[in-house]
Design a protein around this ligand. Structure first.
Ligand code: G6P
Length: 611
């Protein structure tokens, strides 16, 4: 999730762009850069730096530079390591076209190959640089014409801000599935990823939609679709404070991140499913594809919420890919004597890629010559640098300490990995197609789940937040979800909560149940439905209150549950992705109602880099 800024107008001070960029630093910050049309030299100048925006600021010269238009970018790497060369802006061979990009160009490999054949020279490993060369190819004096032609060949997502030395009175913006808006100031216009970048200058913004291209000059602007039809837009007045704007209007990052899950799931799946062939395409595993064919056993190793994602993955991989799988806490694994052989691969899951226990466990596997795979969100993090191969989440930065969107994105990637490994083995073509089809529906199902359960989760939090103890129970795929529901509640609302496999109730926890000890039962219509149902009856018999998470259309559950949260129907192995969402929301609202800050729970850190 990069941040972009563009400017054209009366002021000729590129530092303004830098200041605006600082407001977007929360979106991700492994490197940053800017480019401006230098009014003295009549050419575009560029500055880039690896690290936080402050590093870029330190590189600015002491004397006043005078330039406009300008573009700035803060990067959250997707393709290519975290280096100055890979930082944006990127440019063409002639140093005419300069652009910044947020998104992923899916067909960049093909485009790049063709451009190289045509004589273009590339300097970075990014997908973005392809765009600069494509615009160059079509440039005949009018930047917007070249951009339009270039984008007609592009498949993928983008928010773009583009300038050209040979057409310096223009800033061109274009959007497809990545946020972008125009800020309307006094004799000046901004392009930005979100309103926080422009709030210091204007409260008036126009949001671009997918397929929009905006052409801005110092005097005015217009918006067209890619077929040159004019598009009229409403001007919005933003009355958010800067902090509210960074949270997308939500009161906390955690709620924003919960509500972002349809998007983060779409980002995790983009370009990775070939539904007609029932296959998953995982570029990061290409190099080890043959080795993976030989694998007969899997270890999944992680901490916290990522570990619980791994537990769900274990059920998926055993049931659908037929590979014996064991999930372990990284902090346990590193002190055990893991038996690793050539037929064992170890999968490390980590949002940050910096959790020390996970990293040390990875090093131990490497020392023993084992094959390692990683599922990581933060590009360029330690785990990604040290693993043999991996898959990125592309979930964007997760700021709330309690993991939400990273968790569901990890589950989606485990489903893709299951399909990938399953099809290398005995999984049939038809089953592959079925899995691919169901996986591809996840973003829409997630949106439906959030829409249908948001209000109810808040209401239930109002009803139950004063209870001091909760039990969460589920079976099979939803046993780890019971653990995750309990973990979310305890970490941000400080309510004591226990997660249990529903079958274990009579081995202990049932003794706790009375009218003051409510239970969340995760009970979708699946292969263990009847079993969980009878566990619920045992709770009912002890006057325990029950909140059930059930599949839409299940009326029977009402005979035993006090409250029912319905989630849409999906394949059994994918139910955890939907079932966890109302539990995240419930925990969030309980935290707020009890007067806590869910984003920064006491005593906990986002990334645990100590043992
Ligand atoms: C901390 C965070 C959790 C996270 C865990 C593992 O405890 O609060 O949300 O699940 O670390 O972090 P990782 O970055 O490795 O996924």
């Amino acid at each position: 999730m990069c941040g972009i800024v563009g400017y054209i107008g009366r002021q000729d001070n590129p530092r303004l762009g830098l200041e605006a960029l600082k407001r977007l630093e929360y979106r991700g910050y492994d490197s940053a850069g800017g480019a401006w049309f230098d009014l003295g030299k009549r050419k575009v100048s560029v500055l880039k730096a690896v690290g936080k925006i402050k590093r870029l600021e330190d590189k600015f010269p002491d004397y006043k530079i005078s330039g406009r238009p300008f573009i700035f970018h803060t990067r959250w790497a997707t393709h290519g390591g975290v280096t100055e060369k890979n930082a944006h802006p990127h440019w063409d061979c002639q140093k005419n076209v300069f652009l910044v990009h947020n998104g992923i160009i899916e067909n960049f490999k093909d485009l790049k190959e063709n451009l190289i054949k045509e004589g273009h020279r590339f300097v970075s490993e990014t997908d973005t640089e392809v765009l600069a060369h494509l615009v160059e190819k079509f440039f005949q004096g009018r930047l917007e014409e070249a951009v339009r032609k270039a984008l007609s060949l592009v498949r993928g997502t983008y928010a773009l801000a583009i300038i050209a030395a040979k057409d310096p009175e223009k800033l061109v913006l274009a959007r497809n599935s990545a946020p972008l808006l125009i800020g309307l100031g006094q004799d000046e216009f901004f392009g930005a990823s979100d309103p926080s970048a422009v709030l210091a200058h204007t409260k008036k913004v126009v949001y671009l939609d997918d397929g929009d291209m905006a052409v801005l000059t110092p005097a005015n602007f217009y918006i067209q679709d890619f077929k040159k039809n004019r598009v009229d837009k409403v001007i919005h007045e933003i009355d958010w404070t800067l902090q509210e704007a960074q949270k997308g209007g939500y009161p906390h990052f955690m709620l924003k991140e919960i509500m972002e899950q349809p998007e983060s799931l779409a980002n995790a799946l983009r370009g990775r499913l070939i539904t007609e062939q029932g296959l998953a395409k995982l570029g990061g595993l290409e190099l080890v594809e043959d080795k993976l064919r030989q694998v007969e056993r899997l270890n999944i190793i992680a901490c916290g919420t990522a570990y619980l994602a791994g537990m769900v993955g274990e059920y998926m991989l055993e049931e659908y890919a037929g590979i014996p799988t064991e999930t372990d806490l990284a902090s346990e694994f590193r002190y055990r004597k893991p038996i690793l052989d050539k037929k064992t691969a170890s999968i490390f899951i980590s949002q940050s890629g910096e959790t020390l226990d996970t990293l040390v466990a990875l090093r131990e596997v490497k020392r023993k010559g084992g094959l390692s795979l990683a599922i990581v969100n933060v590009v360029g993090s330690s785990v990604t640098r040290e693993t043999s191969a991996g898959i990125y989440n592309h979930a964007g930065p997760e700021i709330g300490v309690a993991s939400t969107k990273a968790f569901t994105s990890q589950l989606a990637l485990l489903a893709l990995l299951t399909l990938f490994l399953g099809r290398q083995r005995q999984m049939s073509f038809v089953m592959g197609q079925r899995l691919a089809r169901e996986i591809s529906k996840l973003p829409a199902l997630a949106a439906e789940t959030l829409k249908k359960t948001s209000k109810q989760a808040k209401k239930l939090a109002k009803k139950y937040h004063k209870f001091n103890n909760f039990l969460y129970m589920g079976r099979k795929y939803n046993y780890p979800i019971a653990l995750e529901g309990a973990l979310k509640l305890k970490e941000i609302s400080y309510i004591h909560a226990e997660g249990y496999g529903a079958g274990e109730m009579k081995h202990g926890p049932l003794a706790l149940i009375d009218k003051n000890f409510p239970t969340f039962a995760i009970c979708p219509t699946d292969s263990v439905y009847e079993k969980t149902f009878s566990n619920m009856q045992e709770i009912k018999a002890r006057k325990g209150k029950i909140i059930a998470v059930a599949t839409e259309g299940d009326k029977e559950i009402k005979s035993v549950a006090d409250d029912v949260i319905y989630i849409p129907r999906t394949l059994e192995m994918l139910t955890p992705i939907l079932a966890v969402m109302p539990l995240q929301l419930f925990a969030y609202h309980c935290s707020v109602l009890r007067g806590h800050d869910p984003d920064y729970p006491r005593s906990l850190a986002k990334s645990v880099t100590v043992e």
